[in-house]
Design a binder for this molecule. Structure first.
Ligand code: PLP
Length: 485
């Protein structure tokens, strides 16, 4: 057939719309969208035909031009069009807080609470008992206070926002003293010196990369008197401008460690120094660990213990070791936090009802640490033993074998990670299923897993494709196997 004959074979849109499958689709969704899809498919076919040479036209499969086939193509088009760009994947990397895969998965109750609160209206800013306007800041304040011992709390978008508002409200126009060993870059554009500059506070670095003593902080404090005396100029050959000290700040070395000949000031020492000079002490702790998890190899500071030092303000993420939604949580003394709530930046950084819903349900788990460890997915993953992981790997291998008996499977020990810029040195002994598909490369199988209906993100190590089971939920085992069918 030549091109013109092929073009004449293209059916009319109305004829394709009479196909049974499309009539049903139009009723279920919308006639407009179905018509657009058919128009799109016919348009594409017309373009393809016009681009054919004589030989191509002669070999063209005319069956593709039937109303039935075009209806099928249009239905496929519609389905693709409806697919979301944000969708679930299975994390088989063994990295628990995988930054690229959405950090902490939420606990079931948090998910349900988000649905319950966001489907309709809520008391986000309404005090139902009093029948008048309320404040969203009060929603989780009491619960956080109960769990951590803090006087007050505020929730913002993430810990980067928390850092910004803490520095802007406590240090604008003043110097904030930070150790040179703690000038962290978290990733992307978040660097302590840069955010300090944005906030209007002046960074006063002290100590060295490996050693910072409490005396270094004390020597750097610029009191009103010292500033007025001008004596400091003798020690500063460049006569740079100086300002009064606004606060002492400790930043957790979230994603790196300094080993060897090292020293850093403890929170207790900083708190004592702050008291002596009547200066607030701030701790950017990052991970938001709420429990003592040293039993599981995690020797990170936790929120209640850090607050117990008498520190003024602590800030941390909601979706790192706390295991909740993306958020920045600021806890500490009322006098500082009420100022932050009234700061002009507060509105720009406030979180919505879905975040509060997820956060409240997650925090409620911490009323009993046993329940938190059981129900909060990331805590369950961290606290799972190597034996449990070996058993799960065995179950995964068994379901894969059933679905695809031709694959070579092997259980191998692995070292899982916390990830998400938390506890960088911690390795959790775990297990994985290593998968080999005949002579195909690990890369080939990895690609195939990513293209599954529910993509499975696997790990490749030493040319082996590994499915690390610590980050795969029991309920996902079948889906992982299905991806290997
Ligand atoms: C992770 C982290 C941040 C940034 O927190 P986000 O919630 O990712 O914005 C800031 N400071 C420290 C010390 C961190 O570990």
């Amino acid at each position: 057939m030549n091109k013109n004959e092929l073009l004449r074979r293209l059916p009319k849109i109305d004829d394709v719309l009479k196909e049974g499958s499309l009539v049903v689709l139009a009723e279920e969704s919308s006639t407009l969208l179905v018509t657009e899809a058919v128009r799109g498919v016919i348009g594409d076919l017309r373009k393809t035909i016009l681009g054919l040479d004589e030989e191509g036209a002669a070999g063209f499969d005319v069956d593709v031009l039937s109303a039935g086939r075009i209806a099928e193509l249009a239905a496929g088009w519609l389905a693709e069009d409806e697919a979301m760009n944000l969708y679930p994947v299975i994390n088989a990397t063994g990295t628990i807080l995988h930054t690229n895969l959405g950090r902490a998965p939420l606990c079931e109750d948090a998910v349900e609470n988000v649905a319950r609160v966001s489907r309709g209206y809520s008391d986000l800013e309404y005090n139902v008992a009093k029948g008048k306007r309320g404040s969203r800041h009060d929603l989780v304040g009491d619960l956080i206070a109960e769990l951590t011992g803090a006087e007050d709390a505020m929730v913002v978008n993430n810990n980067a926002a928390a850092t910004m508002i803490v520095l802007a409200s406590m240090g604008a126009g003043k110097e904030i003293i930070v150790s040179r060993g703690e000038l962290v870059e978290i990733g992307g554009a978040f660097r302590i010196p840069d955010i300090m500059m944005q906030s209007g506070a002046y960074l006063q670095e002290v100590g060295t990369s490996n050693k910072t003593k409490i005396s270094d902080y004390e020597n750097a404090i610029m009191t009103k008197e010292k500033l007025a005396s001008g004596d400091w100029r003798r020690l500063d050959p460049r006569h740079g401008e100086r300002f009064e000290t606004g606060a002492l700040m400790k930043v957790h070395k979230s994603n790196y460690d300094i080993v060897g000949f090292t020293e850093e000031a403890e929170l207790e020492e900083l708190v004592a120094l702050g008291k002596k000079y009547d200066l607030p002490v701030i701790f950017d702790m990052g991970n938001g660990l709420m429990l003592d998890m040293s039993e599981y190899g995690l020797s990170e500071p936790n929120v209640p213990a850090s607050l117990a030092t008498g520190i003024d303000v602590i800030l941390f993420s909601g979706d790192k070791l706390l295991g909740g939604p993306q958020a920045g949580i600021i806890v500490g003394k009322k006098k500082y936090i009420s100022k932050m709530k009234k700061h002009p930046l507060a509105r720009a950084m406030r979180v919505d009802k879905m975040t509060f819903a997820a956060l409240e349900a997650t925090l409620a788990k911490y009323k009993d640490p046993k329940i938190a460890l059981r129900d909060i997915p990331i805590l369950d993953m961290i606290s799972s033993s190597s034996e449990e992981m070996k058993e799960r790997a065995g179950r995964l291998a068994a379901v894969i074998k059933k679905v695809n008996p031709t694959l070579d499977l092997e259980l191998v020990p692995v070292l899982d990670q916390i990830g998400g810029g938390s506890a960088p040195m911690v390795r959790l002994p775990g297990w994985a299923v290593s998968v080999r598909d005949g002579r195909k490369s690990a890369d080939n199988t990895e690609r195939r897993l990513r293209k599954a209906d529910v993509p499975v993100i696997a790990r490749i190590s030493d040319d082996k494709l590994l499915l690390c089971v610590r980050t795969i939920a029991e309920s996902e085992l079948e889906t992982v196997a299905e991806a290997l069918r």
